[in-house]
Unconditional design. Sequence first.
Length: 141
Amino acid sequence: MSELYSTIGTRTYANLLADPQGADVIAIPCKPGNGEVAAGTVMYREASGLYSPAAAANVVATNQLVVLKEDVATGTAPASGETATAEDAAAYRAGCFIDGTVKLAAGAALTDAQKAILRGQNIVFDKKESTGTFTNTVSGS
């Protein structure tokens, strides 16, 4: 008897969101030549309309900023005279993220000033919900 169903592959997404309500997901065209870009990386829209990983200097109020939802392979820079293409990727245009999970290019941490700029574009941060135990008893006096 042949096997009708099987698992071909699985995908586990990084837990980036502190609150899944209000997250706004869009598809972005990535600029080729940035290699492997990790989920949680801040991306900015260049003048060409393509998105690249944001360095500290790119996190400014005049740039459109998003947070990658998934890892994306953008390949290597094309050689002279060649054309390169990169994958489109899912990204959050807005959302409430777990503080510390969103990074800049090359894994650099966000500063408070950069978080304030992101907040202006509806990308906010909160702590992860705790699943620790607690006592819910009240003592009478």
